[in-house]
Design a protein around this ligand. Structure first.
Ligand SMILES: [Zn+2]
Length: 64
């Protein structure tokens, strides 16, 4: 049996703890709802972590 479920990739939008914000793609400027990872990384919610343009770097519109 090799039925390993990758629960690590399953993120609840309201897990209570991580602030929810917006992330803007640094390439094309598309804005996604996002969460800030503990390390300060902006991670878009509802995608696999990358923009539709292929970029995986996001910045918060607030500038911080
Ligand atoms: Zn993009």
């Amino acid at each position: 049996m090799s039925d390993q479920r990758s629960t690590a990739t399953r993120e609840e939008p309201e897990s209570g703890g991580e602030p929810q914000t917006f992330g803007r793609c640094t390439e094309c400027g598309t804005v996604y709802p996002a969460q800030i990872a503990p390390g300060g990384e902006v991670r878009p919610v509802g995608t696999d972590g990358t923009c539709h343009c292929g970029n995986d770097e996001f910045a918060t519109p607030t500038g911080e």
